[in-house]
Design a binder for this molecule. Structure first.
Ligand code: FDA
Length: 497
């Protein structure tokens, strides 16, 4: 409530915020988590908390009146539809040159993501976080993060036989025939639960097209892992539908935090002011960057350094589909949880996940999300006239990503005698190059902060999320975000509290 004083206030409940909350609470600190999205703990009138990708409803998108599906065309026809404006779970946030998809709610991106939980190869780590000792990450913090997140890998024997991964087996066959290394990708989905879905003994989630707008069963989101453990300490309070708008120094070394309470159509219903001894920015790469850039430019935190807002990247995300021959069907039942990829990072700068197209019909398409070594980095800046933070990413900056993805798919197409699909992202458009699922950077470790995420001009302010990572993790990012948060909070608790 307004006027309250809290020891530690955490802005956002994704990976960084959840790690901070658990470890601070275990150290005896009372923690208040502020989350602008919903709690996602109450079923709708259909008995489900989340909707699926085939029937997006009011629960799907964050304050939009029309869906904005990442794959927005099928057979050349647009598939987006009108929906009621609501604080739904997936935000398609539009900047000038790119749409950035993010999760909204208690659990952040863990509510909407594919759960692919990948630790970068050690030889690539120096490029991911140049100022961090790989020995401590691979010896301590990656194992700690993987264990706490509940990461596991598909049973290879089941993979070889189940109908729901026929699409992935086609992907493997094509990759191997072209000589590319094929790898299983670990995930936080409960693989035993998925086997029971396939056997028809439990309610379906991965096998019912649930992913982008949330999973009702099977996926170990942060609500089931870090946040459940944090709640069990009895020291953690969560305020959903509350949005932090300002943080400024207060008397005695504390901070004044302004918070707007919103309703489910996005209107502000109350404004609250609290003080906090410590504030952790865990609003995600975009959320944390937007807050810090605005607070620096508007004079709330003027001493933040000149690196704030810089070093933002898209993890090189680019999507494409290939048209298979009629004798190579990918199956009408497709698990929405990807489980494998094609690793051409060393030779071509691309790691491509074999992704599902869970439409419920045979598409004869192979679909891929590639993570590439795109060199471009963008910057957030404050537009005073418009009163908003902007990002200077250019759509044309995706070209290196397309070129890197082509090192895989041009070769496969040539070997298989196949072509790219041109009907998935528009009319005659091959590349899904307008988006990212993996925003990273904007408050880069050891640049905008010290080497542990401290905003050193303001003792007691910290960044602890994907904003710390300078734009690329070579694989899917959340295991690295979690492991880095584990490393940093351990040091902060030992040295600052
Ligand atoms: P994260 O974005 O998780 O959390 C930030 C939270 O802060 C959000 O809940 C937000 O609502 C809240 N917030 C923002 N501003 C606020 C404010 N002012 N006040 C209060 N709250 C505020 N990664 C991966 O490794 N494997 C995968 O399979 C996938 N797949 C995937 C699919 C899709 C569709 C998406 C959108 C993303 C992925 N990702 C992924 C990416 C992954 O989910 C992402 O990298 C992490 O969630 C980022 O974690 P953070 O802790 O940085 O922020």
């Amino acid at each position: 409530s307004s006027g309250a004083h809290v020891a530690a206030l955490v802005i956002g409940t994704g990976y960084g915020g959840s790690v901070a909350a658990l470890r601070l609470a275990e150290a005896g600190v009372n923690v208040h988590l502020i989350e602008m999205g919903q709690a996602w703990d109450t079923p709708g009138s259909d008995g489900r908390i989340f909707c699926n990708t085939r029937e997006p409803d009011y629960r799907s998108y964050w304050l939009r009146t029309r869906t904005k599906a990442p794959l927005n065309y099928f057979l050349g026809f647009p598939i987006d539809r009108d929906i009621p404006r609501h604080t739904g779970v997936l935000d398609a946030e539009e900047f000038g040159g790119i749409t950035v998809y993010q999760g909204r709610g208690v659990g952040g991106g863990s509510l909407v993501n594919g759960g692919m939980a990948v630790t970068p190869k050690r030889e690539n780590f120096a490029a991911v976080l140049p100022s961090v000792d790989p020995g401590e990450m691979y010896g301590t913090y990656y194992p700690r993060a993987n264990a706490a997140l509940g990461v596991g890998t598909i049973d290879p024997a089941w993979f070889d036989t189940t109908a729901c991964y026929q699409y992935a087996r086609v992907g493997r066959k094509h990759a191997q025939r072209s000589g590319f290394p094929f790898v299983f990708v670990p995930d936080v989905y409960d693989w035993d639960y998925m086997k029971q879905e396939a056997a028809g003994t439990v309610p379906q989630s991965a096998l019912a097209g649930e992913i982008l707008y949330g999973n009702n069963h099977g996926k170990k989101s942060l609500q089931k892992t870090y946040l459940a453990r944090a709640a069990a300490t009895g020291r953690v309070t969560v305020s959903p539908l509350h949005r932090v708008t300002s943080v400024t120094p207060a008397a005695g070394g504390a901070y004044t935090v302004v918070i707007e309470q919103i309703n489910t159509t996005g209107d502000t219903v109350a404004t609250k002011t609290v003080t906090a001894d410590r504030v952790f920015f865990a609003a995600g790469s975009v959320g944390t960057s937007k807050l810090l850039v605005k607070l620096k430019a508007t004079g709330a935190l003027p001493a933040l350094n000149g690196e704030i807002g810089k070093g933002w990247g898209d993890n090189g995300n680019v999507m494409c589909g290939r048209a298979n021959h009629l004798w190579d069907p990918t199956g009408k039942l497709q698990s929405s949880i990807p489980c494998c990829g094609i690793d051409n990072w060393a030779a071509g700068g691309a790691f491509a996940e074999v992704a599902p197209l869970p439409t419920g019909i045979e598409t004869f398409a192979s679909f891929y999300l590639s993570i590439t070594n795109n060199p471009h980095r963008a910057q957030f800046s404050w537009n005073a006239a418009a009163g908003r933070v902007e990002l200077n990413w250019q759509t044309a900056w995706k070209q290196p990503s397309i070129d890197m993805a082509r090192t895989i798919f041009d070769k496969i197409n040539s070997k298989e005698g196949t072509i790219y699909r041109t009907d998935l992202f528009g009319v005659y458009k091959i590349w899904g190059d307008h988006l990212t699922y993996h925003p990273l950077g904007g408050a880069v470790l050891n640049k905008a902060t010290d080497n542990y995420g401290r905003l050193t001009a303001y003792p007691g302010l910290y960044v602890i999320d994907g904003a710390l990572i300078p734009g690329n993790t070579t694989v899917n990012p959340f295991v690295t975000i979690t492991a880095l948060a584990e490393r940093n909070i351990e040091r902060i608790i030992a040295a600052d509290l």
